[in-house]
Ligand binder design. Structure first.
Ligand code: ZN
Length: 304
């Protein structure tokens, strides 16, 4: 699933081509994209409208149009946005939405598993009201201080990995960047987040920012289906320290990386750099069991 660095990579690449353009023709080829709203709810307000800016909030891509109209997209598991040149037939496998621009170029939303979504919102207030329950603090923004993270974590018994994956607390961190940040900070994924000391919270804050910035520098990680707007691949997967490196030596201490489950996700850890929480505390992860069950039936690929 695209996480913050992958969505930010797409945003940066597309922005240069779409900002300032008008939507010539918008076709929603799969009504599931905007359900329960009918496709007409997207095409009517957006056709002919000028794109002012491409923004990002957590893992959401926000198309800001003139007149304070917004299209909020989530790529979910397998969604990709491709930019195609003028003259291209603008047809690709799994095409769900086609946005023809007045420049002659087009943006294609392709999504094999069809979980990606789009919604039109009017006014900044409408946008904020839509995002507020879904998107927490932006980790690359100035509000993401160790004090802010401390306040969010205080009193919570959830394992720190589950806490990081909950988008309504810290937005944009998914399975890859959670594993990498926890390794960088030397914190075990099953540690109840409310038991972290101030210094650990500060280290975690810095680690989250550090791995997200490194991910953006590498233009994201390519596993599964992630592609750039130009169809190229990111390279952050070559810099994983623990994620998907089960059995390989930890780059810091050479202890073999272990794979375990946390928050229902395959989770990679060096249990020397990231000491396991004391006896029985780890069973707190059982509180995430319903999520684990749902995820493992709908997304077997995430357990690899
Ligand atoms: Zn280690």
């Amino acid at each position: 699933m695209p996480e913050l660095p992958e969505v930010e990579t797409i945003r940066r690449q597309l922005a240069a081509f779409v900002e300032g353009c008008r939507v010539g023709r918008l076709e929603v080829l799969d009504p599931r994209f905007c359900a329960p709203a009918p496709p007409d709810d997207l095409t009517r307000p957006l056709t002919g409208r000028r794109i002012e800016r491409l923004e990002r909030r957590g893992k959401y891509l926000v198309w800001a149009f003139e007149g304070e109209v917004f299209l909020v997209m989530h790529l979910r598991m397998t969604g990709t946005l491709l930019l195609v040149e003028p003259g291209d037939p603008a047809v690709r496998p799994h095409l769900r939405v086609r946005v023809a621009l007045d420049s002659g170029a087009a943006v294609l939303f392709c999504d094999p598993r069809r979980f990606g979504t789009g919604a039109v919102l009017e006014g900044r207030d409408g946008l904020e009201a839509h995002l507020a329950p879904r998107v927490g603090i932006e980790p690359l923004g100035s509000a993401f201080t160790s004090e802010a993270l401390w306040v969010l974590a205080r009193g919570r018994r959830a394992p720190v990995k589950a806490f990081l994956l909950a988008q309504d607390r810290v937005a944009g961190v998914g399975n890859i960047y959670a594993d990498e940040a926890l390794h960088r900070a030397g914190i075990h994924p099953l540690r109840p987040v409310g038991t972290l000391r101030r210094a650990q919270i500060a280290a975690l804050r810095d680690a989250v920012v550090g791995v997200l910035e490194a991910g953006i520098d590498a233009k994201g990680a390519t596993i599964d289906d992630f592609r750039h707007a130009d169809g190229a691949r990111g390279s952050f997967q070559d810099r994983f320290q623990v994620h998907r490196r089960e059995g390989e030596p930890c780059p810091r201490c050479a202890t073999p990386v272990r794979k375990l489950r946390a928050a229902g996700r395959g989770t990679y850890v060096c249990e020397r750099c990231q000491p396991r929480p004391r006896a029985r505390r780890a069973t707190k992860s059982q509180t995430m069991a319903p999520v684990a069950t749902r995820r493992s039936t709908s997304t077997p690929s995430t357990t690899r």
